[in-house]
Write a protein that binds this ligand. Sequence first.
Ligand SMILES: Cc1cc2nc3c(=O)[nH]c(=O)nc-3n(C[C@H](O)[C@H](O)[C@H](O)COP(=O)(O)OP(=O)(O)OC[C@H]3O[C@@H](n4cnc5c(N)ncnc54)[C@H](O)[C@@H]3O)c2cc1C
Length: 321
Amino acid sequence: MSAGASLVEAPARPLRTFALTVAAVRQLTPHFRRITFTGGDLALFGTGAGGETLDLRIKVLIPPPGRGLPELHAVRGSLQDGWYPAWLAVDEAVRGVMRTYTVRALRPAVPASPDFPGAPAELDIDFVLHPGASGPAALWAAGAQPGDPLLVIGPCARWGRCLGIEFAPGGAGRVLLVGDETAVPAIAAILESLPPHIIGHAVLEVPTAADFLDIHSAARVEVRWHARNGAAHGTLLDAAVRNVIVPAAKRQGDEPEEVDVDSAVLWETPECRPGHGLYAWIAGEAAAIRGLRRYLVRDVGMDRNSVAFMGYWRMGQALAA
Ligand SMILES: Cc1cc2nc3c(=O)[nH]c(=O)nc-3n(C[C@H](O)[C@H](O)[C@H](O)COP(=O)(O)OP(=O)(O)OC[C@H]3O[C@@H](n4cnc5c(N)ncnc54)[C@H](O)[C@@H]3O)c2cc1C
């Protein structure tokens, strides 16, 4: 069946599976490995209203060693109610491992013309190869070769709202984007999409200076890279944010509710659209993000409807999907 035909026939559900194949692997820096995927299903991949992906999160399903991709409760790729508990109920040795990643870029297919052979739709994911990478996703990325299959779960283009995008600055004219290496793909995609009138700062912490990347943006957002060079995770981000956002003398907020990042996911995103001031988007290692949350909410008194705090991973813990 062609992608065009399945676009018409597939039942509309929020999420669907994408059976993809590795088309290219590029080691961008010592710790960033860009993997480009192709697959006819990509014609059905959902995006924001203008085709943007911003911080769009997806799930990748790593097959167990020596086995094929697991089956999911789906009809022609569209995930049905109860698909997740059904997957969890399958024996761990068979179901594979699910992890969360960001769409770094999505390029639509370019049809062939008399002068051009055409190009398939492509999706890029930037995988962090963290030092001593022991997790199944980082290990898979480290060994990936063109031709390898991967099952991705992402938004369906036919569903009204694209699930998985959190970046929502509303009318804000100033942004603060903060993240460690796992949030760099999202921050880079966000920066690329911002219009010229937006000002602000992006504060990024990565393992080494060799991991600094070129990011193009029309916005007037100053990008500040920080090389960890073995320092404790998140300490440079903390210092850098305190440097950029200084508390006003009399403006203080309440102590935010405690979140035990070892037993719960730190994920706090605004419930309504922010106004015109500053909008902050902050993601990375959960304990580091919790510290920044305390600083911005309690010491700076930031309006919680203007800031998204997201624990992307937890030091020392395998991430349950
Ligand atoms: C919304 C969202 C978007 C994300 N986008 C991306 C992305 O685009 N690219 C990306 O690389 N990651 C991204 N992540 C983070 C990624 O999901 C985690 O790093 C995940 O733990 C990797 O899975 P794994 O199987 O390699 O390791 P796991 O099995 O989960 O963990 C194994 C061990 O590795 C440690 N570990 C995991 N990640 C890191 C790290 N970065 N540095 C040091 N130690 C680590 C864990 O603490 C654990 O001890 C995202 C997470 C979320 C929630």
